[in-house]
Ligand binder design. Structure first.
Ligand SMILES: [Ca+2]
Ligand SMILES: [Ca+2]
Ligand SMILES: [Ca+2]
Length: 297
């Protein structure tokens, strides 16, 4: 399972991947629209959507930085990333970023909710020179404050219900499991990266036998993941626990109070969600002859 960690360090340090390539995201489709919520009220989603199969990786975020952070006006880069696989060189206006090959498939860490929102905007706007400031979220330079997703968001930070359904719902028996790998009994450190069992994040998808019902990996452990729910009027949700978390935080039963969306730590990352483009949705609406209410928040 963790054979990749046996790479000789000398090799790992000398191999640098070019991070200028475009980002390919692996998605899983979460269907079964209109499923009932769990007993705690979470997990009901009235529409079909996609969610990242994995947490966003250093390779993906490094490509984003090279495209969008040559002048890093919004703090997309955190210097603590350098020891975790993304290095910055040059000076403001011509910054470049390189990703250490051996760490390319680790989840990106030290990202705020706003960094995740900007990555989502950039993805929705077609990458490259696409804007980070408009799209799924109208940021226009904001690095704090309450920013809500726009009605037309197509690539975005998942809602708490979307995240929760993808992690814990089993459509075959219409129940929610305790753990994101479908288990109801207590999971162990053979099933997910938590409790300092590894001591850091691992490559996404390392726990190959522990996908969710819909095929996502690492929704329990590795890194906590931002979601879009607003808590306490200002905080944003994050779920799933991280490599340093107690097992309780991995489970569907945990109540989340949210966190400061500006905080950046070495155990919080994110994955994205997506819904079909408006053109295909318009066809659905015309075909159905009904108003399609896209998302509930
Ligand atoms: Ca940041
Ligand atoms: Ca297992
Ligand atoms: Ca995770």
């Amino acid at each position: 399972m963790k054979t990749k960690h046996l790479l000789p360090l000398a090799t790992a340090a000398s191999l640098i991947v070019s991070a200028s390539a475009s980002v390919t995201m692996d998605w899983v489709t979460v269907g079964n629209a209109g499923n009932a919520a769990n007993a705690n009220g979470l997990g009901s989603v009235a529409y079909s959507y996609q969610i990242g199969k994995y947490e966003v990786t250093n390779a993906q975020y490094g490509a984003f930085l090279n495209a969008a952070a040559q002048t890093d006006s919004y703090g997309l880069y955190n210097s603590n990333m350098s020891s975790l696989g993304i290095a910055r060189s040059g000076s403001s206006g011509s910054y470049t970023y390189s990703v250490t090959t051996a760490l390319a498939n680790r989840p990106v860490e030290y990202v705020s909710w706003y960094d995740a929102a900007r990555f989502a905007n950039w993805m929705m706007n077609g990458q490259g020179s696409g804007s980070t400031e408009t799209g799924a979220y109208t940021l226009n330079g904001a690095t704090n404050g309450l920013i809500l997703a726009n009605a037309g968001a197509q690539v975005y930070i998942p809602t708490e219900n979307e995240w929760y359904k993808a992690a814990y719902y089993n459509a075959a028996n219409q129940t929610y499991s305790l753990s994101p790998n479908g288990q109801n009994s207590t999971i162990t450190t053979a099933d997910a990266n938590y409790g300092f069992s590894v001591g850091s994040a691992t490559d996404v998808g390392s726990y190959t036998g522990d996908a969710s019902f819909y095929g996502t990996f690492d929704q329990g452990g590795n890194v906590w993941e931002w979601n879009d729910v607003v808590k306490q009027g200002w905080a944003r949700g994050r779920r799933g626990g991280g490599w340093n978390s107690n097992v309780a935080y991995l489970l569907s039963s945990i109540q989340d109070d949210g966190a400061d969306p500006a905080q950046e730590f070495n155990y919080i990352g994110f994955r994205l969600a997506a819904v079909p483009e408006p053109s295909s949705m318009l066809l659905t609406m015309l075909a159905g002859g009904v108003m399609l209410i896209r998302r509930k928040r």
